[in-house]
Design a protein around this ligand. Structure first.
Ligand code: NCD
Length: 306
């Protein structure tokens, strides 16, 4: 099945084979980006960001620019017709008359599926509330594939805010489709992985713990996340929980020699800066894979350049 014209709202919208084809193209682009500098000439991407973001928006914009395409959009909904009361559907319908592909970030969970239904051109969810973040997942999968050479047979520990973190919701679902995946979910009681996600990965081997020290020696991938301050109603609770986990050199000494540390970024306090020097720390490389995989995704959805 072709990816041309499709939407990406959550990882499950693509089959494992389709995801594989995006990752493979991402790797080919990384090997020789100069081959792709004109493939999107004449094409337009709209980045509609209803929620603050630096890296995801810049990553999309860098991706489209590197393909030779152009970008329009907003990063401050206050400056758009939203502030005049326009519905999400009307904005999407209008913008889809101007451009070839839309990437949207929105603070409300479910806004992406709602918008995609009104969208006649390829629609990419760039993060909707605490729900899903499928292009971060493509980024994570590409990083794992590139650094480990495989996506099967891995124990992946996810640590931090598993309740509000959309990246871990998407990644858990995506990784559950590979052979012999095992999960360790590390979170304090207040921030445990939601039931819906656990139901979604039914049949997959997982354990839950609140101890990073206990889990760190057992995993192949340690996926650290920040506590999502903006999603807390109770700010005192955020203050209490924000520094629950801090990965430092001492904890790293208990990890496997070939373990990878990933993080979707931005980092707050959950990884000490001293860990950056450790060759197992891959989070900045991961950000670069994010750009390549978005280039690959745009190409696939537009059916260009292959
Ligand atoms: C993540 C997000 O927006 O969910 N960041 C990102 O896309 N680079 C993670 C986060 O904000 O913690």
């Amino acid at each position: 099945m072709t990816l041309v014209g499709r939407h990406l709202v959550q990882p499950a919208d693509f089959s494992v084979e389709e995801i594989e084809s995006v990752l493979d193209l991402g790797l080919r682009i990384k090997e020789d980006p100069s081959k792709y500098i004109r493939v999107a000439e004449g094409k337009l991407l709209a980045t509609l960001f209803y929620e603050p973001s630096t890296r995801t928006r810049l990553s999309f914009e860098a991706a489209m620019n590197r393909l030779g395409g152009r970008i329009i959009g907003f990063s401050d909904p206050g400056a758009s017709s939203v502030s005049k009361g326009e519905s999400l559907e009307d904005t999407i319908t209008t913008v889809s008359n101007y451009v070839d592909v839309i990437a949207m970030r929105h603070p409300i969970s479910g806004a992406a599926i709602q918008a995609s239904k009104a969208c006649k051109i390829p629609f990419i969810n760039a993060g909707d509330g605490k729900n899903q973040h499928p292009t971060q997942t493509l980024t994570d999968l590409l990083t794992i594939k590139a650094c480990k050479g495989q996506l099967n047979n891995l124990t992946i520990a996810m640590c931090g805010d598993l309740k509000y973190g959309r990246t871990v919701h998407s990644l858990a679902k995506a990784m559950s489709r590979y052979t012999d995946t095992k999960f360790i979910f590390i979170a304090p009681d207040e921030l445990k992985m939601p039931e819906e996600v656990l139901n979604d990965i039914e049949g997959i081997n997982y354990e839950q713990t609140s101890s990073l020290e206990e889990a760190i020696g057992k995993c192949d991938i340690l996926y650290m996340t920040r506590v999502q301050r903006e999603r807390f109603e109770d700010k005192a609770q955020y203050e209490r929980l924000k520094d629950t986990y801090i990965l430092d050199v001492e904890k790293m000494s208990k990890a496997k020699e070939n373990m990878l540390v990933l993080h979707p970024l931005p980092r707050v306090n959950e990884i000490a800066v001293e860990v950056d020097q450790d060759p197992r720390a891959k989070y900045f490389e991961q950000a670069q894979y994010g750009m390549y995989v978005r280039m690959a995704l745009i190409m696939k959805l537009l059916g260009i350049g292959e």
